[in-house]
Design a protein around this ligand. Structure first.
Ligand SMILES: Nc1ncnc2c1ncn2[C@@H]1O[C@H](COP(=O)(O)OP(=O)(O)O)[C@@H](O)[C@H]1O
Ligand SMILES: [Mg+2]
Length: 527
């Protein structure tokens, strides 16, 4: 074992090991951490995996000095330490990147990094800060412009600023609390390469997540938490996702729902040579034609940014169609207002649930009747029938297993999985003819994913025509009867469920036609 006192390339003393022993933390009515043991070493990425409410953030806030444990101790390089506040943690070389960034939008990157680091009475030398930032960004491959204002940066770039801020402050051990929740898949790849670089430079990293594939792709060891306790700590070599899922949830999880035999019925959604423009006015969909029949799930596979968003929005009536036609149950709705599409039996689970799916300051009950509030049985003339509304929302909360303290809780207080269940409940309570499900399980935890997939399958059995748009190939394969691949706004081909495999789909998602992908896959098969 290396002795302590070794310095990192960032110029700070490294942490060879940090250990949390028998940590207990109680909140009123909740045992958030129940005798937790956890440790992390220099040169490793240690995953803290668990569902919402498992106690991950609480444990890490204790390590960062934000919370004080009721019992237990923390050792750095084998020596017990007291962490009364984040400044104590920082002094020990511990940094934390929170789920919600703590940057001042109207200041530059350099100013944000320097903020709070300035001893009283001294003059801030921004030139020095800038120089140091550029040094760090070179060492760790973190692209940041010290002079950019935070408001000018994308979410991914702001996260980079948070990371570089933690490095600047001497973070030898850095905790990242669900850092991928806000990122696009491309940004996730970039983050992972930065984190690997940090690990290889001798940092100790703790990566909090509830996503199995991320943890498998990135981490050296995995600690699974459930209900405030550590289930186990395992090395990440060949452990199966289903095993991790079982540890996390405490029972077997079925991410691939049973698929009852359903005879598809009539065409309910027809796209004919559809052309749609992007926000920039460029062609986002170029002559897309496809059908979805009653009792069938058609999956749209593709890397995001290839027209999926525009496809969903144009069907939902949120984006104009510039050519071609959309038919819903035989009726042309290409230019119909949203209300008319809803009345015709369209339901939509949008990709951005906080922007299009819900009104976050409204209550659960209000969100559950967003589109139907003006019609019977909730309204008679200009009066709302609160009794009918209350009975309806209670029923949906129970049926869709929405975990909320009450129907009057604002939606902003719900976890992502429960917001998604709420949208599903509202959209399905209207008994749709056609359902557009856009990234229905993105960012939700594993039991909510299991539940949502099962509900989609039930809707298929009930004869709904479902268009499933997902970047998650596992999800596409788990649910779809037919799979259509979208690339640069065009359909590269269509496969029946039985003939689809990950390799062929992957090639098509990168721009091969079905024929090319098959020839390629075939060529590999001959070797
Ligand atoms: N500040 C707090 N006050 C009261 N209860 C809290 C507080 N922080 C967390 N909890 C509760 O502790 C439990 C663990 O929460 P948390 O550590 O945030 O879980 P995770 O990060 O794994 O989702 C949850 O039941 C949560 O409601
Ligand atoms: Mg958390």
């Amino acid at each position: 074992m290396m002795s302590s006192g070794v310095t990192l390339p960032s110029g700070h003393t490294r942490i060879d090991s940090a250990e949390m022993r028998n940590i207990v933390k109680r909140f009123p009515g909740v045992l958030a951490n129940d005798h937790v043991n956890f440790d992390v070493k220099a040169g490793e990425i240690h995953a803290l995996l668990g569902e919402n409410g498992a106690g991950k953030s609480t444990l890490m806030k204790i390590l960062y000095g934000l919370y004080h444990p009721d019992e237990g101790e923390i050792l750095i390089n084998g020596r017990p330490v007291r962490l009364e506040s984040p400044s104590d943690a920082l002094a020990q070389g511990i940094g934390m990147i929170h789920q919600h960034f703590m940057l001042v939008q109207t200041l530059t990157v350099a100013e944000n990094v320097a903020l709070g680091m300035q001893p009283a009475g001294t003059v801030l030398n921004l030139a020095e800060v800038r120089e140091r930032l550029l040094e760090l960004s070179a060492i760790y491959g973190l692209k940041v412009n010290p002079d950019a204002y935070i408001w000018q940066l994308s979410v991914g770039e702001q996260q980079r600023v948070e990371i570089i801020k933690a490095l600047y402050r001497g973070g030898a051990l850095i905790i990242l609390d669900e850092p991928t929740a806000v990122l696009t898949p491309q940004e996730v790849d970039e983050l992972f390469s930065t984190l690997r670089q940090m690990r290889d430079q001798g940092h100790a990293l703790i990566f909090i997540s509830h996503k199995l594939y991320e943890v498998q792709a990135l981490c050296d060891r995995i600690t699974v938490m459930r209900d405030g306790r550590v289930v186990d700590t395992v090395p990440n070599n060949g452990i199966e996702q289903r095993t991790l899922a079982r540890m996390m949830v405490g029972r077997d999880v079925k991410l691939q729902p049973d698929r009852p035999e359903v005879q598809p019925g009539e065409v309910r959604l027809a796209l004919e040579n559809l052309t749609v423009l992007s926000d920039q006015g460029l062609p986002a969909l170029q002559g897309v034609s496809l059908n979805v029949r009653a009792g069938e799930i058609v999956g749209i596979a593709g890397v995001s940014g290839n027209g999926q968003r525009e496809l969903a929005e144009s069907i939902a009536g949120l984006r104009p169609v510039s050519g071609g036609a959309i038919r819903l149950a035989g009726r042309e709705i290409s230019h119909a207002p949203v209300s008319e599409r809803l009345a015709a039996g369209l339901s939509f689970i949008p990709e951005e649930r906080n922007r299009h799916g819900t009104i976050s300051v409204f209550t659960v009950a209000e969100n559950l009747i967003l589109q139907t509030h003006a019609s019977e049985p909730f309204a008679r003339g200009i009066f709302l029938d609160f009794g009918a509304i209350a009975a309806h929302t209670r029923g949906l909360i129970n049926r869709f297993n929405i975990k909320t303290p009450s129907a009057e809780t604002p939606v902003k207080n719900l976890s992502g999985g429960n917001v998604q269940k709420l949208i599903l409940a509202r959209e399905l309570s209207r008994q749709p003819v056609v359902l557009i499900a856009s990234q229905p399980t993105r960012g939700v935890d594993i039991s909510a994913t299991e539940y949502i997939r099962q509900v989609l399958m039930e809707q298929r059995s009930a004869g709904v025509a479902i268009l499933l748009i997902s970047e998650d190939l596992d999800e596409i394969m788990a649910l779809s009867d037919r799979i259509v691949v979208l690339y640069e706004g065009q359909i590269m081909g269509e496969l029946a469920r039985e003939e689809a495999d990950v390799e062929t789909l992957g090639l098509m998602m990168a721009g091969s036609t079905l024929e090319q992908a098959r020839a390629h896959a075939g060529a590999w098969g001959d070797i």
